[in-house]
Design a protein. Structure first.
Lengths: 116, 117
Protein backbone atom coordinates (compact mmCIF):
# COMPACT_ATOMS: atom_id res chain seq x y z
CA UNK A 1 0.00 0.00 0.00
CA UNK A 2 1.16 3.50 -0.82
CA UNK A 3 1.91 5.85 2.08
CA UNK A 4 0.25 8.72 0.25
CA UNK A 5 -3.53 8.39 0.33
CA UNK A 6 -5.76 10.01 -2.25
CA UNK A 7 -9.53 10.25 -2.24
CA UNK A 8 -11.71 9.65 -4.07
CA UNK A 9 -10.28 6.95 -6.34
CA UNK A 10 -12.72 7.85 -9.10
CA UNK A 11 -14.71 11.02 -9.72
CA UNK A 12 -17.20 11.91 -12.42
CA UNK A 13 -18.30 15.52 -12.53
CA UNK A 14 -20.17 17.85 -14.81
CA UNK A 15 -18.71 21.05 -16.16
CA UNK A 16 -20.70 23.17 -13.72
CA UNK A 17 -19.84 21.16 -10.62
CA UNK A 18 -17.46 22.03 -7.82
CA UNK A 19 -15.49 19.16 -6.34
CA UNK A 20 -12.30 18.59 -4.39
CA UNK A 21 -9.55 16.01 -4.52
CA UNK A 22 -7.83 15.15 -1.28
CA UNK A 23 -4.37 13.88 -0.46
CA UNK A 24 -2.86 12.89 2.87
CA UNK A 25 0.56 11.71 3.97
CA UNK A 26 2.00 10.95 7.40
CA UNK A 27 5.65 10.52 6.52
CA UNK A 28 6.62 13.93 7.85
CA UNK A 29 7.30 15.20 4.36
CA UNK A 30 7.16 18.98 3.96
CA UNK A 31 6.89 19.10 0.18
CA UNK A 32 3.72 18.05 -1.61
CA UNK A 33 2.83 18.01 -5.27
CA UNK A 34 -0.03 17.70 -7.72
CA UNK A 35 0.59 16.02 -11.06
CA UNK A 36 -1.79 15.46 -13.97
CA UNK A 37 -1.44 12.40 -16.18
CA UNK A 38 -3.34 11.86 -19.41
CA UNK A 39 -3.67 8.37 -20.83
CA UNK A 40 -0.44 6.94 -22.23
CA UNK A 41 1.47 10.09 -21.28
CA UNK A 42 3.95 10.83 -18.51
CA UNK A 43 2.84 12.84 -15.46
CA UNK A 44 2.97 16.61 -15.75
CA UNK A 45 3.69 18.81 -12.75
CA UNK A 46 0.92 21.20 -11.74
CA UNK A 47 1.74 22.57 -8.28
CA UNK A 48 4.38 22.28 -5.59
CA UNK A 49 3.93 23.18 -1.94
CA UNK A 50 6.94 23.53 0.28
CA UNK A 51 6.38 24.01 4.02
CA UNK A 52 2.71 24.65 3.30
CA UNK A 53 3.48 27.48 0.90
CA UNK A 54 2.85 27.34 -2.84
CA UNK A 55 6.27 27.38 -4.46
CA UNK A 56 5.56 26.29 -8.02
CA UNK A 57 2.49 26.80 -10.21
CA UNK A 58 3.14 25.50 -13.68
CA UNK A 59 0.77 27.95 -15.38
CA UNK A 60 -2.24 25.91 -14.39
CA UNK A 61 -5.67 27.38 -15.25
CA UNK A 62 -7.50 28.99 -12.36
CA UNK A 63 -10.27 26.38 -12.52
CA UNK A 64 -7.76 24.28 -10.54
CA UNK A 65 -7.15 25.71 -7.08
CA UNK A 66 -4.72 24.00 -4.69
CA UNK A 67 -4.82 24.27 -0.94
CA UNK A 68 -2.46 23.01 1.74
CA UNK A 69 -4.27 23.26 5.10
CA UNK A 70 -1.38 21.67 7.02
CA UNK A 71 1.78 19.70 6.47
CA UNK A 72 -0.08 16.41 6.02
CA UNK A 73 -2.92 17.47 3.74
CA UNK A 74 -3.15 18.73 0.20
CA UNK A 75 -6.38 19.52 -1.62
CA UNK A 76 -7.17 20.35 -5.21
CA UNK A 77 -10.40 22.27 -5.69
CA UNK A 78 -12.05 21.90 -9.06
CA UNK A 79 -14.58 24.27 -10.60
CA UNK A 80 -15.95 24.68 -14.12
CA UNK A 81 -13.72 22.01 -15.59
CA UNK A 82 -13.67 21.03 -19.25
CA UNK A 83 -13.87 17.51 -20.70
CA UNK A 84 -10.20 17.77 -21.69
CA UNK A 85 -9.35 18.00 -17.98
CA UNK A 86 -10.28 14.35 -17.63
CA UNK A 87 -7.12 12.59 -16.44
CA UNK A 88 -5.45 10.78 -13.56
CA UNK A 89 -4.50 13.29 -10.87
CA UNK A 90 -1.55 12.18 -8.79
CA UNK A 91 -0.47 13.57 -5.45
CA UNK A 92 3.11 13.12 -4.24
CA UNK A 93 5.21 14.08 -1.27
CA UNK A 94 8.90 14.26 -0.47
CA UNK A 95 11.32 15.56 2.07
CA UNK A 96 11.78 19.26 1.45
CA UNK A 97 15.28 20.63 1.41
CA UNK A 98 16.54 24.10 0.69
CA UNK A 99 19.75 22.49 -0.50
CA UNK A 100 17.76 20.68 -3.12
CA UNK A 101 18.86 17.14 -2.60
CA UNK A 102 15.99 16.02 -4.83
CA UNK A 103 14.56 13.47 -2.46
CA UNK A 104 12.46 10.84 -4.21
CA UNK A 105 8.80 11.59 -4.62
CA UNK A 106 6.33 9.18 -3.09
CA UNK A 107 3.14 9.04 -5.13
CA UNK A 108 -0.42 8.15 -4.24
CA UNK A 109 -2.69 5.90 -6.31
CA UNK A 110 -4.29 8.89 -7.96
CA UNK A 111 -7.83 10.06 -8.59
CA UNK A 112 -9.22 9.17 -11.98
CA UNK A 113 -11.30 12.17 -12.98
CA UNK A 114 -13.88 12.22 -15.76
CA UNK A 115 -15.49 15.50 -16.74
CA UNK A 116 -18.75 15.16 -18.66
CA UNK B 1 17.16 22.08 -22.40
CA UNK B 2 16.51 19.01 -20.34
CA UNK B 3 15.05 15.98 -22.01
CA UNK B 4 14.57 12.29 -21.31
CA UNK B 5 14.14 9.81 -24.14
CA UNK B 6 12.77 6.33 -23.71
CA UNK B 7 12.88 5.04 -27.25
CA UNK B 8 11.07 1.79 -26.49
CA UNK B 9 7.34 2.46 -26.34
CA UNK B 10 6.33 -1.14 -25.63
CA UNK B 11 8.23 -4.32 -24.90
CA UNK B 12 6.78 -7.79 -24.59
CA UNK B 13 8.73 -10.69 -23.12
CA UNK B 14 8.04 -14.15 -21.82
CA UNK B 15 8.46 -14.85 -18.13
CA UNK B 16 12.04 -15.56 -17.03
CA UNK B 17 13.54 -13.59 -19.89
CA UNK B 18 15.89 -10.73 -19.10
CA UNK B 19 14.84 -7.32 -20.39
CA UNK B 20 16.58 -3.94 -20.58
CA UNK B 21 14.72 -0.65 -20.66
CA UNK B 22 16.70 2.16 -22.24
CA UNK B 23 16.88 5.75 -21.02
CA UNK B 24 18.90 8.55 -22.59
CA UNK B 25 18.92 12.02 -21.09
CA UNK B 26 20.04 15.52 -22.02
CA UNK B 27 21.00 18.26 -19.61
CA UNK B 28 23.42 21.15 -19.43
CA UNK B 29 23.69 20.90 -15.65
CA UNK B 30 26.71 19.24 -14.09
CA UNK B 31 24.68 18.26 -11.04
CA UNK B 32 21.49 16.37 -11.66
CA UNK B 33 19.50 13.38 -10.50
CA UNK B 34 18.09 10.45 -12.39
CA UNK B 35 15.16 8.32 -11.30
CA UNK B 36 13.22 5.27 -12.37
CA UNK B 37 9.57 4.84 -11.43
CA UNK B 38 7.22 1.92 -12.03
CA UNK B 39 3.52 2.50 -12.73
CA UNK B 40 1.45 -0.69 -12.49
CA UNK B 41 -2.13 -0.77 -13.81
CA UNK B 42 -3.38 0.35 -10.39
CA UNK B 43 -2.01 3.81 -11.17
CA UNK B 44 0.44 4.78 -8.47
CA UNK B 45 4.01 5.62 -9.35
CA UNK B 46 6.43 3.50 -7.37
CA UNK B 47 9.92 4.88 -6.78
CA UNK B 48 12.65 2.40 -7.78
CA UNK B 49 15.94 4.26 -7.71
CA UNK B 50 17.61 7.67 -7.56
CA UNK B 51 21.11 8.31 -8.80
CA UNK B 52 23.03 11.58 -8.67
CA UNK B 53 25.33 12.69 -11.43
CA UNK B 54 28.49 12.14 -9.39
CA UNK B 55 27.80 8.51 -8.67
CA UNK B 56 28.35 6.33 -11.71
CA UNK B 57 28.45 3.08 -9.84
CA UNK B 58 26.03 0.53 -11.16
CA UNK B 59 23.46 -0.74 -8.73
CA UNK B 60 21.80 -4.08 -8.22
CA UNK B 61 18.70 -4.67 -6.14
CA UNK B 62 17.44 -8.21 -6.37
CA UNK B 63 16.39 -8.84 -9.96
CA UNK B 64 16.77 -5.16 -10.83
CA UNK B 65 19.98 -3.51 -11.96
CA UNK B 66 20.84 -0.11 -13.32
CA UNK B 67 23.69 0.93 -15.60
CA UNK B 68 24.55 4.64 -15.44
CA UNK B 69 27.00 5.86 -18.09
CA UNK B 70 27.66 9.59 -18.24
CA UNK B 71 29.75 9.17 -21.39
CA UNK B 72 26.65 8.14 -23.32
CA UNK B 73 24.12 10.00 -21.11
CA UNK B 74 22.31 6.78 -20.46
CA UNK B 75 20.69 5.25 -17.41
CA UNK B 76 19.42 1.84 -18.45
CA UNK B 77 17.37 -0.52 -16.32
CA UNK B 78 17.58 -4.30 -16.55
CA UNK B 79 15.17 -6.80 -15.07
CA UNK B 80 16.61 -10.28 -14.76
CA UNK B 81 14.33 -13.33 -14.92
CA UNK B 82 11.25 -11.22 -15.49
CA UNK B 83 7.96 -12.08 -13.81
CA UNK B 84 4.35 -11.32 -14.67
CA UNK B 85 4.22 -8.88 -11.74
CA UNK B 86 6.85 -6.79 -13.49
CA UNK B 87 4.26 -5.82 -16.10
CA UNK B 88 3.87 -2.05 -15.83
CA UNK B 89 4.84 1.22 -17.43
CA UNK B 90 8.33 2.28 -16.42
CA UNK B 91 9.34 5.93 -16.42
CA UNK B 92 12.83 7.33 -16.40
CA UNK B 93 13.06 10.88 -15.03
CA UNK B 94 15.60 13.66 -14.61
CA UNK B 95 15.75 16.61 -12.27
CA UNK B 96 18.27 19.36 -11.82
CA UNK B 97 19.75 20.13 -8.43
CA UNK B 98 18.55 23.13 -6.47
CA UNK B 99 15.78 23.69 -3.99
CA UNK B 100 13.69 25.63 -6.44
CA UNK B 101 13.24 22.66 -8.68
CA UNK B 102 11.80 20.26 -6.18
CA UNK B 103 9.33 18.04 -7.90
CA UNK B 104 10.19 19.30 -11.33
CA UNK B 105 10.89 15.89 -12.70
CA UNK B 106 11.34 15.67 -16.44
CA UNK B 107 9.78 12.35 -17.34
CA UNK B 108 10.43 10.24 -20.37
CA UNK B 109 7.37 9.02 -22.24
CA UNK B 110 7.55 5.67 -20.51
CA UNK B 111 8.05 2.10 -21.66
CA UNK B 112 5.19 -0.33 -21.28
CA UNK B 113 6.52 -3.74 -20.31
CA UNK B 114 4.30 -6.79 -20.71
CA UNK B 115 5.55 -10.05 -19.27
CA UNK B 116 3.63 -13.07 -20.53
CA UNK B 117 3.45 -16.29 -18.53
Amino acid sequence: DTEVTQTPKHLVMGMTNKKSLKCEQHMGHRAMYWYKQKAKKPPELMFVYSYEKLSINESVPSRFSPECPNSSLLNLHLHALQPEDSALYLCASSQASAAGNNSPLHFGNGTRLTVT
Amino acid sequence: AQKVTQAQTEISVVEKEDVTLDCVYETRDTTYYLFWYKQPPSGELVFLIRRNSFDEQNEISGRYSWNFQKSTSSFNFTITASQVVDSAVYFCALSEAGGGSQGNLIFGKGTKLSVKP
